[in-house]
Design a protein around this ligand. Structure first.
Ligand code: PEP
Ligand code: MG
Length: 757
């Protein structure tokens, strides 16, 4: 046996390749394979077990009794072979019989052999068989031999799959993991959903493992590494343009791995052993996985996921399999699985088939969450490890309301889910029944309930839930779903359709808020413009005022679409009054321009600003007299108040919307608006949560713009409360510096039988 693993494996692979290319039956090939491996490793025994109908069957052997072939069968988990397959793990023993899992099979005559080494034959991360060697003399196999066996097993997987000898395809994905698993996460978008797991970035399937031209494979890896490093560098430089919304910390780790000499060296060694570039990357990954499994350290296992991600990225580059699941199309009801997603990426999916989303990261106010909420797609975030606990195609049940995720549910669980769904639908029907009832508190205070929208279809929600209008129309959604910058005419068509659907109810159009985590792929910036903190960077109104061509086109589109009606325009991320003035002047200029050309105009234009930047609160006396309305964007506002990135998964649950700091801030703003008699509303996600909405009403807020699904529950709450009593309680809590506002408000509601669901 040659002394380096590469040379040893290469020697075997060269011989195996001849066998694989020969025109004999699959069985004859397997018989040949066990001979070659046995000889090369000077092993008396070499056997191949394959999974057939869920059981491991001896398919070929050299050294054991031939009568045992196709007779000896082991269940998964049974004996050493079953253990290797179940754990997808290598075993190397000098005395097989002394292992607690050893299961003696007399028909094989294996009692003569003492040492035993076995490796799993893996396809799509599942064992489809086991390759093992046995030796009379009790000695452990050497590292080189084990390495060679593992490389051979990898090549065997290809032969076996091509010959369709073992269970393969979706059904074999359940080979090692048939159990039901229950997981929890962070409730991002409420709802229930059932569908089959689809990976946003599908795993690459390796078709060819043995190289024809080693040098060419080496070159492929070199250029794939160069491309990957370029991608990572670009992402680290501009986190907002990261395709998966990765965070800086993750990106730094990615970078460390991408430039890791050891990793490239190991891949090159695997290529030296005769593997293709794809197989070499996977081979190294398998080896790392096995090593990591022996180290029980959560920090390291996190890093392992990063490396898995990166290896998968490298595989996609090298194999040219670059597409996401959206580009391939969903074929059935799907639950999308991803580490993280950008809002534009989510919008690429077919809304009829996309039933739910599960993320390993995610936060409540990240735009992908907001988009999912707008699409009515339930999302569970921060589900650790999901990509490694579920197989593509597995059935998944999500009940975000109960914070429960079931992978591979049993029939009973499916039935229970259907029953619960039925109850939820009944409850929804109750909300629908409330659709035409006014949103008025028990003591007669009217609270306007409007909806947040962004897509053409969202306008239909108005009638469905009985809302008072659209309080926030995020115009940038149209930009996010387009492959190119939407032309003015296209924008105008959308605005007109939305206004038509709304009838005489108001629609508040917010001018484009792009930048931050809402990156437009067709508006890539120059390198020198990349930002460290995009959420606090050149975004929203800042960008729109500087690139005013975009804003002018949008203003024209809005004015023309609202001809004969009242147009409500609102500007995002206003930080100083002059920005508002400038934006308003720009729209007014377009209005005059149209007027001069005798175009039909809106009967009135109402101007509003979003309060998202805390500094604006200090200049309300200057701003308010110029405004028709103010809308508080609590998503951005709270991220800036607490200096906590709204998309950062670790901060997702750290600060409470019902913290005294936020509530006091809002209280001050509401009171100032009252002094100036300017209507003020809240349009952040906070207002869509029943308890938070209750607190806002308690602060004197009389207009909420929320996700359509929340209108029912929030209206039910409003109709049940006594606003004057609640306002007195809020005053007491804020003035008294209460630290447990959430608990106090919950208690108040529970005592009065007010539903918070
Ligand atoms: C907000 O910041 O609260 C808001 C409504 O705007 P967006 O979530 O689109 O940034
Ligand atoms: Mg905002």
């Amino acid at each position: 046996m040659p002394s380096t693993p590469a040379a040893a494996a290469r020697q075997i692979l060269t011989r195996l390749q001849e066998v694989m290319a020969s025109r004999t039956s699959a069985q004859a090939k397997l018989n040949k394979v066990v001979e070659i491996i046995g000889q090369s490793l000077s092993s008396e025994v070499c056997s191949i077990y394959l999974v057939r109908e869920g059981v491991l069957e001896l398919f070929a052997t050299r050294g054991l009794k031939q009568e045992a072939v196709h007779v000896t069968r082991m269940a998964m988990g049974e004996g050493l072979v079953g253990l290797i397959a179940t754990n997808v793990e290598t075993l190397n023993l000098d005395e097989a019989a002394s292992h607690p899992d050893y299961s003696y099979r007399p028909e094989t005559g294996e009692e003569l052999f003492h040492s035993f080494a076995g490796v799993p034959i893996v396809r799509r991360e599942r064992a489809i068989g086991v390759l093992c060697v046995q030796h009379a003399e009790p000695r452990k196999y050497e590292e080189v031999e084990i390495e060679a066996l593992q490389t051979v097993a990898m090549v065997m997987a290809e032969l076996i799959a091509n010959a369709e000898l073992a269970d393969d395809g979706p059904s074999d994905q359940r080979v090692t993991d048939t159990g039901t698993t229950m997981l929890h996460g962070l409730q991002l978008v409420m709802g229930m959903a059932r569908g089959h797991a689809v990976f946003h970035q599908p795993r690459v399937h390796i078709e060819h493992t043995v190289a024809e031209d080693t040098e060419a494979e080496r070159q492929r890896v070199i250029s794939a590494f160069a491309k990957m490093r370029e991608q990572i560098d670009r992402m680290t430089g501009a986190a907002e343009f990261g395709m998966e919304g990765e965070h800086q910390e993750v990106l730094e780790t990615y970078k460390m791995f991408a430039y890791d000499e050891g990793w490239t060296r190991r891949i090159n060694e695997a290529i030296d052993s005769g593997l293709t570039a794809e197989a070499a990357i996977e081979r190294v990954q398998q080896r790392t996985r096995m090593r990591m499994r022996q180290i029980d350290d959560p920090l390291l296992s996190d890093r392992m996921h990063d490396l898995e991600d990166l290896a998968n990225r490298l595989l996609r580059i090298v194999s040219g399999q670059l597409g996401t699941a959206a580009q391939m199309g969903l074929r059935q009801d799907a639950i999308l699985i991803a580490r993280n997603l950008g809002p534009a990426e989510l919008l690429e999916y077919d809304r009829r088939r996309l039933k739910g989303v599960i993320l390993e990261e995610g936060s409540l106010t990240a735009h992908v969450t907001i988009v999912a909420r707008a699409m009515g797609v339930p999302v569970l975030g921060r589900v650790r490890d999901i990509r490694h606990l579920v197989n593509e195609g597995d059935l998944i049940q999500m009940d975000v309301n109960a914070n429960a995720l079931l992978i591979r549910p049993t029939a009973d669980m499916e039935e229970a889910f259907d029953n619960k769904l039925h109850v939820t639908q009944k409850r929804r029907a109750e909300f629908v029944a409330m659709r035409d009832l006014p949103s008025v508190t028990a003591d007669g205070q009217r609270v306007e309930l409007m909806v947040n929208a962004g897509l053409r279809e969202d306008a239909q929600a108005l009638d469905m839930v009985g809302a008072d209008g659209i309080g926030l129309f995020r115009t940038e959604f149209q930009f996010l779903v387009s492959a190119t910058l939407p032309q003015r005419e296209k924008q105008q068509r959308l605005y007109k359709d939305v206004l038509d659907a709304a009838g005489d109810r108001p629609v508040i159009f917010r001018t484009v808020d792009i930048g931050g985590d809402k990156a437009l792929p067709y508006m890539q910036r120059e390198d020198e413009e990349l930002e460290d903190n995009p959420a606090m960077g050149w975004r929203a109104l800042r960008l729109a005022l500087d690139r005013d061509g975009l804003m002018k086109a949008q203003a024209r589109a809005l004015l023309e679409a609202a001809a004969g009606k009242v147009l409500h325009v609102m500007f995002p991320m206003v930080s100083e009054p002059w920005e508002y003035e400038e934006a308003r002047a720009l729209v007014e200029h377009q209005r005059l321009w149209l007027q001069e050309r005798r175009k039909k105009l809106p009967i009135a234009v109402k101007y509003g600003a979003m309060l998202e930047v805390p500094a604006l609160a200090e200049v309300l006396d200057i701003l308010l007299p110029r405004l028709d309305f103010l809308s508080i964007g609590t998503n951005d506002l709270t991220q800036f108040l607490f200096a906590a990135d709204r998309a950062h998964p670790r901060l997702a649950e750290r600060y409470d919307w019902l913290s005294i700091a936020i509530l006091r801030f809002l209280d001050r703003v509401v009171r100032t608006c009252k002094d100036y008699q300017v209507p003020v509303g809240v349009c952040g996600e906070m207002g869509g949560r029943t308890l938070e909405a209750m607190a806002l009403v308690g602060l004197g807020i009389r207009r909420l713009s929320i996700t359509p699904a929340s209108v029912g529950p929030v209206k039910a709450m409003i109709r049940a409360i006594d606003a004057a009593e609640l306002q007195a309680l809020m005053r007491e809590l804020l003035d008294g510096g209460a630290r447990d506002i959430r608990a106090r408000l919950t208690q108040w509601a529970v005592e009065r039988n007010i539903e918070l669901g």
